[in-house]
Design a protein around this ligand. Structure first.
Ligand code: G6P
Length: 614
């Protein structure tokens, strides 16, 4: 993930910018840069590779400016060259950016027609040109940024400095994190408190849609509508450690909120944003065309990610998929044919059952691909090839961001398989990739439902059982929602395929049992009528006095007019990406129920983050 820092100081800031960037190295990067104001002129130093390359450059060509921004870039749009490294700048403004500007292509085209000359292939550079255009129209830097932010679509964080403005730095947050640091006579911006720990422990986290006008004297924070707002200043504990909770009460909350950023980051690793094609960052030791059957195994939440992937692989690549809970796979004597593919999914990379299954698959001459979050883990080391999830450290025992990152990786793998097996056309691939690129923005919209979900969660605290229903890829999301609730709130919950309602669980329904229905309106022609079938299931629940919580989109909300239904409405999106986005409300529902019940959210009783015994 890209890292952002900004300093308005009293002495030369370049060295401090680099120090702060070093603390963001853990996020991963492949080039870096800083910009400062040298006698009012924006001046940059950028270098490909690690920070020592930038340091060497600064030694050769020092900067003395007392205001500056810095960046570690993790390439998304364009290769990790010096030219593409941030900051990007015109003669008027310099900008650093983390995240994805979804509509950069249209903006770039429009700006190009008006004569803008681009020096890089990045999406970021359009931001510098948009601000410049607005300033050329006579707007102040603050008004130019306000006008620019309105034109950008995506999930991102930005920091700006301006030519001739020694006392102005602007930061903006929409989806990706950004914090303001308070020093004495100095002010800071940073991707997290860890970056700013050497300078200050007084931090205000910007909320989604906020932007901050920073001067030596302090900061004015405005919300998405331009209204002045106050954000609490908290004392950060980041100084001694590299992982902290930010302004969240629990790691789990922080990890739920990180999802637009880490999923964006993971997608950027697997997608060429410029061509809108899947581009795997790994060399596969097999050809998808020669695979006859795919076996997936995993445990817990990772298993549910695999279950979603089964639908994707079958739909996009026409590969027959078998999926097993890892502890079952190796003992059920499944015939495996040499040269087929086995995929193992694990956040920790250490889960004993998953590892045992992997070894069994290897003995049976399967190609072994693992989707893991911990790169040096045993599962990673023993696999033929590793497809990493870039979720960053996950501390909460109940998995959240690792799950959605696993989905992001698995979806890209399924698309790659579909393309190589000739099932997906170029156009199909592009449509799917576009849908994936928009996912972080939809995830940010899902997070904005939190106040509503928190209120809803309080009504679940005295329930003994909760049922979760879904069809298609929403079925694994229902299973995951039920798992999250039982793991951390200790309320019994079950996930069911909605079609199975009549084959058992309907016997349990009465007015004390809430039923969470996960049902985006499915637009795909082959699954016509699926949504209506789910609405029938809701009718069956309502007829027995059951209380329904429906998670859907605007069309679904209009069509499902069943009594005693509370609706959580997410944005309209491509059906393929719904599991990534619909995971968020079920995570939040479990989280807030657990908080209301005052359980140990990050370390629930009896559970372990990494289960290393069979
Ligand atoms: C434990 C954790 C779960 C996790 C599962 C699989 O049960 O509490 O959150 O989903 O293990 O772990 P893995 O590290 O293999 O994904």
């Amino acid at each position: 993930m890209c890292g952002i820092v900004g300093i308005i100081g009293r002495k030369a800031v370049a060295g401090h910018l680099v120090d702060a960037l070093k603390r963001l190295e853990y996020r991963g990067y492949d080039s870096a840069g800083v910009a400062t104001l040298e006698k009012g002129t924006l001046t940059r130093r950028r270098a490909e590779g690690k920070l020592r390359a930038l340091e060497a450059k600064l030694e050769r060509e020092p900067l003395s400016g007392q205001i500056g921004i810095g960046h570690t870039r993790w390439a998304t749009h364009g290769r990790p060259t010096e030219r593409n490294a941030h900051p990007h700048a015109t003669e008027k403004v310099a900008v650093v950016h983390n995240g994805i500007i979804e509509n950069f292509r249209e903006l770039r085209e429009k700006l190009g027609k008006n004569g803008a000359k681009f020096g890089s292939e990045t999406d970021t550079e359009v931001v510098a040109h948009l601000v410049t255009d607005e300033m050329k129209k006579g707007k102040s830097p603050i008004d130019a940024v306000a006008a620019t932010l309105k034109q950008l679509r995506g999930a991102f964080a930005l920091a700006f400095i301006f030519a001739g403005e020694e006392d102005l730095m602007i930061g903006a947050r929409k989806g990706s994190p950004l914090a303001v640091g308070y020093g004495s006579g100095e002010m800071y911006l940073g991707s997290d408190a860890i970056a700013l720990a050497p300078f200050t422990d007084l931090i205000a986290y910007l909320e989604d849609g906020d932007w901050a006008i920073v001067t030596h004297a302090g900061v004015e924070i405005r919300d998405v509508n331009g209204h002045k707002v106050e954000r609490p200043i908290i004392k950060s504990s980041a100084s001694s450690q590299m992982v902290d909770k930010g302004n969240h009460k629990h790691f789990m909350a922080k990890e739920i909120h990180e999802q637009p950023e880490v999923v964006g980051h993971t997608l950027a690793h697997y997608i060429d944003m410029t061509t809108e094609r899947v581009q795997l960052p790994i060399d596969l030791p097999f050809d998808w065309k020669n695979i006859k059957r795919l076996s997936i195994s995993a445990c817990g939440t990772a298993f549910y990610a695999g279950l979603v992937a089964k639908y994707w692989f079958e739909r996009f690549s026409h590969l027959p998929v078998e999926i097993d809970i890892a502890s079952e796979f190796r003992y059920r004597e499944a015939p495996l044919f040499a040269g087929d593919l086995a995929i193992f999914i694990s956040q920790s990379g250490e889960t004993a059952d998953t590892l045992a299954s992997l070894r069994y698959a290897k003995e049976n001459k399967q190609h072994v691909l693992s989707v893991v979050n911990v790169p040096m883990s045993t599962i990673a080391r023993e696999s033929d090839v590793v497809a990493p999830t870039l979720a960053g450290p996950e501390i909460g025992v109940a998995s959240t961001k690792a799950f959605t990152c696993q989905l992001a990786v698995l979806c890209c793998l399924a698309v790659a398989a579909g393309r190589s097996r000739g099932v997906l056309s170029d156009q199909d691939e592009q449509n799917l990739v576009r849908a994936l690129i928009e996912t972080p923005r939809h995830m940010a919209a899902a997070l904005s439902l939190e106040p509503q979900i928190e209120a809803l969660a309080r009504t679940l605290t005295n329930c003994h059982d909760v049922l979760y229903l879904g069809r298609g890829t929403s079925y694994p999301v229902a299973l995951e929602g039920a798992l999250k609730l039982k793991e951390i709130s200790y309320i019994h919950a079950e996930g069911y395929a909605a079609g199975e309602l009549k084959h058992g669980p309907i016997a349990l329904i009465d007015e004390t049992m809430p039923v969470v229905v996960i049902a985006p309106y499915d637009k795909s022609p082959r699954r016509e009528g699926v949504f209506e079938k789910t609405v029938s299931n809701m009718q069956e629940v309502a007829a027995r006095g059951g209380r329904i919580i429906l998670i859907t989109d605007p069309k679904g909300a209009r069509e499902a007019t069943v009594e005693s239904t509370l609706v959580l409405t997410l944005p309209d999106m491509a059906t393929t990406v719904t599991p990534l986005v619909y995971a968020i409300p079920v995570q939040l529902l479990a989280y807030h129920t657990a908080v209301a019940l005052n359980t140990d959210v990050d370390q629930p009783r009896n559970l372990a983050k990494s289960v290393t015994v069979e």
